[in-house]
Design a binder for this molecule. Structure first.
Ligand SMILES: Nc1nc2c(ncn2[C@@H]2O[C@H](COP(=O)(O)OP(=O)(O)OP(=O)(O)O)[C@@H](O)[C@H]2O)c(=O)[nH]1
Ligand SMILES: [Mg+2]
Length: 368
């Protein structure tokens, strides 16, 4: 282990190994670790060498590879895609687990506790996050680092904070590509944490094999700010903090959820979404939780759903990117920008049917 940088808490070094004195996920510190410029001081690592480094499990190379896929520079996009093409045959080997839940439910504490057990068994664990607030503010979930101190210091674990900047679609791409890099580097389990209050949980659900909803004891979903749809996306619901004074409440909440889940159409054929109770701080209930994950994977693998879900995810991801880029090109096109205001005005004032306006815009976009 390297010695801590004087400006940083000791755990931060393992969070982003190989990146000295800079938080590349933080605003104002976006660093280009794989520069294309020849004037840059730092040696350019050719994509082939980077791929070799990732495949050999080199943490520094992995960190640099993730920085490359997170870069918004067009030249880096090409390099990143070349890198991903090279490592693609060696991806897919990890169990991908998504964890959502309201702020403070204990997601990070749970990842730390479960993660320590897994690395203790000799598994290699990677953790990342999709932080919706980073999309707006450019910040990243700092809680991940502070709540996962033991994991961050463990050589079997690799923690990467949420990518920042851009729309949710951009963050989702970066996270998916980061998962591929983790797999190429030999990680056995990947955890993706997200706050379950918006659109990001749907995004994370679409990139994992198992999706866990973590709740605090007591309050119903409405009070916890969880949309009903999110419960339907979950492969298991966990009532956390089943310890001390909140233990009984957690057990009651678990029973409530179990009853409620009977009325919800589970997202996987033949799988009854279970409600579990556990404590991330005492560890009680965590073996049962992990057994549930294993049971689900067995269920889906035996029926071919596992591979099917992954294939569907890849397909819809590709289509979503096409849609997003088409939309972007459409609205930024000069002919559209010239026409849009007057057509929109005509629609708003009831002088032109909306469909006619849309057709005219699409014709203009096609150059007709
Ligand atoms: N009693 C008790 N407290 C817990 C448990 N798990 C987490 N906590 C506490 O709950 C608080 C929030 O925990 P986090 O793990 O940061 O929660 P989180 O869901 O990751 O929060 P965000 O990342 O902010 O959305 C911390 O003070 C934890 O110590 C638990 O099982 N029991
Ligand atoms: Mg957290």
């Amino acid at each position: 282990m390297s010695t801590p940088h004087p400006d940083e808490p000791s755990h931060a070094l393992n969070v982003m190994p190989g990146v000295k004195g800079g938080h590349d996920g933080m605003p104002g510190h976006t660093r280009i670790v794989v520069p294309v410029s020849h004037h840059h001081r730092r040696r350019t690592v050719p994509v082939g060498e980077l791929a070799e480094g990732v495949l050999s499990g080199d943490r520094v190379m992995l960190a640099r590879a993730i920085t490359l896929v997170e870069s918004n520079a067009p030249a880096h996009f090409e390099q990143a895609q070349e890198l991903l093409t090279r490592i693609l045959p060696r991806t897919g080997g990890a169990i991908r687990v998504g964890i959502t839940g309201v702020p403070g439910a204990g997601k990070s504490t749970l990842i730390e506790a479960l993660g320590m057990t897994l690395v203790g068994e000799g598994k290699k664990l990677a953790v990342t996050a999709v932080d919706p607030s980073s999309i707006l503010t450019g910040g990243s979930i700092l809680g991940d680092k502070t709540r996962m101190e033991q994991l961050a210091a463990h050589p079997g674990a690799f923690i990467r904070p949420s990518p920042s900047g851009g729309a949710l679609g951009g963050v989702a791409r970066k996270t998916r590509e980061t998962i591929l890099l983790f797999e190429a580097a030999g990680y056995d389990v990947v955890f993706v944490e997200t706050v379950g209050v918006g659109q990001s949980e749907v995004t994370v659900r679409s990139m994992v094999d198992f999706f866990l909803l973590v709740l605090a004891p007591g309050a119903g979903d409405e009070l916890q700010g969880i949309k009903k749809g999110v419960v339907e996306l979950a492969d298991a619901v966990l009532i956390n903090k089943a310890d001390g004074a909140s233990r009984n409440l957690a057990l009651l909440s678990r029973a409530d959820y179990e009853r409620a889940l009977h009325y919800i159409q589970p997202s996987t054929d033949g799988w009854m979404t279970p409600a579990l109770a556990a404590s991330a701080t005492t560890g009680e209930g965590l073996p049962e939780l992990w057994a549930t994950v294993q049971g689900f994977l067995e269920h889906t693998r035996n029926r071919g759903f596992f591979e099917q879900r992954r294939r569907d995810q890849e397909r819809s991801w590709m289509r979503a990117m096409v849609e997003e880029q088409l939309k972007e090109r459409f609205f930024s096109h000069p002919r559209i920008q010239a026409l849009l205001p007057e057509l929109e005005q005509a629609v708003v004032e009831g002088r032109l049917p909306a469909a006619s306006a849309a057709t005219r815009l699409l014709r203009a976009f096609d150059g007709e």
